[in-house]
Design a protein around this ligand. Structure first.
Ligand SMILES: NC(=O)c1ccc[n+]([C@@H]2O[C@H](COP(=O)([O-])OP(=O)(O)OC[C@H]3O[C@@H](n4cnc5c(N)ncnc54)[C@H](OP(=O)(O)O)[C@@H]3O)[C@@H](O)[C@H]2O)c1
Length: 251
C-alpha cells in the first residue's frame, strides 16, 4: 500500500489528483479549510481518502495532520497543492490579500515539506511535489504576489531537489498554465490554452511518476513564457505594457 498526502485536495487540480491516486489503490490524505467541499466532491473511492480540516498557513495544524496520516499509512508522496489567487489583476496590489497569499502559497508549501521530511528523511525515501505555476517564470502585471509566491516555490524546490538526493528523496515542481478550476472560473481576462482539470491532473500524475525535476505545461505556453523570461528587460517591459497582454485595473 502506498500513501500520498495532498494539500488543498478538495477541489480543482488537487481533487482530480486525489481521485487518480485513490482509484489506483493508494491511501490518500487531503486537506482543506471547508469539509463540505470534501463531502460534496468525493463520492467514489471514498474508503481510500481521509479528509483533514486544516489551514495550510497554520504550521502546527498542518504538521499534526500530516503526522497523523503518516502514522497509519506511511508516506510515499506529498503534494503541496493548496493555493489562492487574485480575483482581479490590479496595478495597486491588495496588500492584505497578498500577505495571505504568501502565507498560503509559499509558507504553506514549506510547512507541508517540513512535516513530510520528518517522515521521509528517517525512512530514506519519498517524493515531494509542489504546484507552482507558469506565472512563476515572470513577474506578471497585476498579480505581483501570485507571481512572487510561485517563483519562490519554483526556486525553493530547485534547491531542495539538489539537497534531498542524499536522503533518496525526489523533489518535483509542477508549473501549470491555465486550468479550468474554481480558482480560474472568476477570472475576467482571456486564458489561452485553458485545460480541463482532469486532463491537467493526468499530465501531472505522469510527471510525478517520471520523477521530473520541473514539469511546465501546456508545452507551447511553457515555451512562450520561458522565452519571455529570457528577453532583455526593455523588450519584456515593452511587450507586457501592451493592452493585449496587460489586464491590470488601476486599483
Ligand atoms: N487553475 C489554474 O489555472 C492554475 C494554474 C497554475 C497553478 N495553479 C495552482 O494549482 C493549485 C491548485 O489550484 P486550483 O486551480 O486547483 O484551485 P482551487 O480549485 O481553488 O483549489 C484550491 C484547493 O486548495 C484549498 N485551499 C485553499 N486555501 C487553503 C488553505 N489556506 N488551507 C488549506 N487548503 C486551502 C481549497 O480548499 P478550501 O477552500 O476548502 O480551503 C481547495 O481544495 C494552486 O496552488 C494554484 O495556484 C492553478
Amino acid at each position: 500500500m502506498r500513501a500520498v498526502f495532498i494539500t488543498g485536495g478538495t477541489t480543482g487540480i488537487g481533487m482530480e489528483l486525489a481521485k487518480i491516486y485513490a482509484g489506483r489503490g493508494w491511501k490518500v490524505g487531503v486537506c482543506g479549510r471547508e469539509r463540505s467541499k470534501f463531502e460534496e466532491n468525493f463520492e467514489i473511492h471514498r474508503d481510500n481518502v481521509t479528509f483533514y480540516q486544516v489551514d495550510v498557513s497554520d504550521r502546527t495544524q498542518l504538521k499534526s495532520a500530516i503526522s497523523n496520516f503518516s502514522k497509519t499509512t506511511g508516506l510515499d508522496l506529498l503534494i503541496a497543492n493548496a493555493g489562492i489567487g487574485y480575483k482581479f489583476k490590479t496595478k495597486v496590489p491588495d496588500f492584505e490579500f497578498s500577505y495571505k497569499m504568501v502565507h498560503v502559497n509559499l509558507l504553506g508549501v514549506m510547512y507541508a515539506f517540513e512535516a513530510a521530511l520528518d517522515v521521509m528523511i528517517p525512512q530514506s525515501k519519498g517524493q515531494l511535489v509542489a504546484i507552482s505555476s507558469i506565472a512563476g517564470y515572470n513577474g506578471l502585471p497585476g498579480v505581483s504576489a501570485y507571481s512572487a509566491t510561485k517563483a519562490g516555490v519554483l526556486k525553493f524546490c530547485e534547491s531542495l531537489h539538489l539537497d534531498m538526493r542524499q536522503f533518496n528523496i525526489n523533489v518535483t515542481t509542477i508549473c501549470p498554465g491555465f486550468v479550468d478550476t474554481p480558482l480560474t472560473q472568476s477570472n475576467h481576462h482571456p486564458m489561452p490554452f485553458l485545460m480541463k482539470a482532469p486532463r491537467a491532473a493526468e499530465l501531472i500524475f505522469r510527471a510525478i511518476e517520471k520523477k521530473k525535476m520541473v514539469y511546465a505545461f501546456p508545452f507551447i505556453f511553457s515555451i512562450l513564457v520561458r522565452i519571455l523570461g529570457m528577453l532583455p528587460r526593455t523588450w519584456y517591459r515593452f511587450l507586457m505594457n501592451r493592452k493585449v497582454l496587460n489586464y491590470s485595473r488601476e486599483s
